[in-house]
Design a binder for this molecule. Structure first.
Ligand code: HEC
Length: 297
């Protein structure tokens, strides 16, 4: 990770620099001009400081910080040859002031076909990829795959339903993505729950982050990488919590409506992926209240 600045959606850039010794440096930023100046002044990274002057040879606009990180991981996993290929075309375009990412966006179908054809020709000629079988994945490449699989699982397994606070939107309630996965807002202090009559047995806050029922009152946790969230967690602790259904550091059961019974069936690879992705989302400082057990009858 290269930047810790707060996220402004749509303004992230993945970039590659050529250093004075010919080596490449890849990074992400949400302010390319400022970052380039820092690299030029030797304030951005130890690596580029000792390899100045640096020049930018590639850049791509990304829709989010995690998208930019994914591109960084994926490109870092490429061989030197592949990196050269990626930056070659862009350098010419770049000097004419054309944003390569936009060119790709506009002509992605044609590029897709061209790349596919080229790939088929190359593999056909060398027999590589067909004859040799699977090559071992580099750690960076594996991590990039995990992050994108984790994002997919988080988005399809309902984590936002409870861990992202809901607000009223023009078409009805929905998760407020500016507070993505930050758990029950600490500013939302809940009054005591109402007494319900069976068969009504539990209730939820409109934010869908606080729940009262026979199990007591539970509040969703902050899943962002902030220290008030999963910042201090290890991958092992995360997997253990979901597998055993026991809250980290307390040993008590994780309470409803967290669907532990369903999430136990995630494979280790799934859980590693979810954890990897959660570590790349924007950190948000928010400490949800602690769980309250039901009053003694
Ligand atoms: C239906 C609501 C709901 C959904 C869906 C949900 N959670 Fe939760 N989650 C909760 C609640 C409530 C708690 C707090 C439970 C408690 O305090 O015992 C919680 C707690 C947690 C914890 C903290 C466990 C600990 O050790 O303290 C983690 C981690 C977590 N959820 C991850 C996830 C992930 C990842 C997803 C999506 C794959 C998800 N949750 C989906 C409601 C939900």
């Amino acid at each position: 990770m290269t930047d810790e600045a707060p996220v402004k959606i749509g303004s992230w850039t993945f970039y590659i620099l050529r250093c004075s010794d010919g080596s490449f440096y890849a990074g992400i930023t949400n302010d390319l001009d400022r970052r380039l100046n820092q690299h030029r002044d030797g304030r951005a990274s130890r690596y580029t400081r000792s390899r100045r002057p640096v020049s930018i040879i590639y850049r791509e606009s990304c829709e989010s910080r995690s998208h930019a990180l994914k591109r960084e991981c994926a490109v870092k996993a490429l061989s030197r040859k592949e990196k050269e290929k990626l930056t070659e075309g862009s350098m010419k375009k770049f000097s004419r002031g054309v944003d390569l990412a936009n060119v790709f966006k506009r002509h992605h179908r044609m590029f897709g076909l061209l790349i596919l054809t080229a790939a088929l020709i190359v593999t056909g000629f060398t027999g590589e990829g067909f004859a040799k079988g699977k090559t071992k994945e580099s750690p960076d490449h594996l991590q990039a795959k995990r992050i994108s699989h984790g994002e997919y699982l988080v988005n399809t397994s309902g984590c936002h339903d409870c861990h992202t606070p809901w607000i009223m939107k023009p078409n009805g309630p929905g998760p407020d993505m500016s507070r993505m996965l930050s758990g029950h807002p600490e500013s939302l202090v809940m009054p005591p729950p109402l007494k319900l009559e069976a068969p009504w047995v539990w209730m939820a806050a409109g934010s869908n982050t606080a729940f009262a029922g026979p199990w007591g009152i539970s509040y969703t946790k902050n899943l962002t990488p902030d220290p008030t969230g999963l910042g201090g967690w290890t991958e092992k602790e995360f997997i253990a919590a979901i597998r055993t259904g026991k809250a980290r550091g307390t040993g008590r059961l994780i309470m409803p409506p967290m669907p532990i019974q369903d999430y136990r069936s995630f494979t280790d690879e799934d859980l590693k992926s979810i954890f990897a992705y959660l570590q790349t989302i924007p950190p948000i400082k928010n400490t949800p209240p602690s769980y309250q057990s039901p009053p003694a009858p």
